[in-house]
Design a protein. Structure first.
Length: 109
């Protein structure tokens, strides 16, 4: 756990609790790191297999463009991301509407 024998025998008795908790947190962090690494390996393998066995003319699958976000987001960051997503969707539908008008002409009500 990282605690020396001198600290164990002659130090504050509550030091052992702190060291044990620190070791627990260190192991949990390492476990989550290895789990995330496994997720990236799974993604790489899945993309490779999907592209190897895709049907002719099918769109190729791509590896994620940015890393997974494992940090907790603040309320403001979540709201900003939601607004950006809404704007993206709005632009998409506006483009669809313009394409429809271009192909079919403006419909009178």
């Amino acid at each position: 756990m990282g605690m020396s024998a001198d600290e164990y025998w002659y130090g504050d008795p509550y030091l052992a609790v702190g060291y044990r908790r620190a070791d627990e947190l260190r192991r949990r962090r390492q476990n989550e790191s290895l789990w995330l690494q496994g997720l990236y390996i799974y993604d790489a393998f899945s993309v490779t297999m999907a592209n190897a066995f895709k049907k002719k003319g099918a769109k190729a699958v791509s590896y994620p463009e940015k890393p997974y976000d494992v940090a907790k987001k603040t309320k403001e960051e979540k709201e900003a991301a939601a607004k950006a997503e809404q704007l993206k969707i709005k632009k998409h539908f506006e483009k669809m509407r313009k394409d429809w008008i271009r192909r079919n002409g403006e419909q009178k009500k």
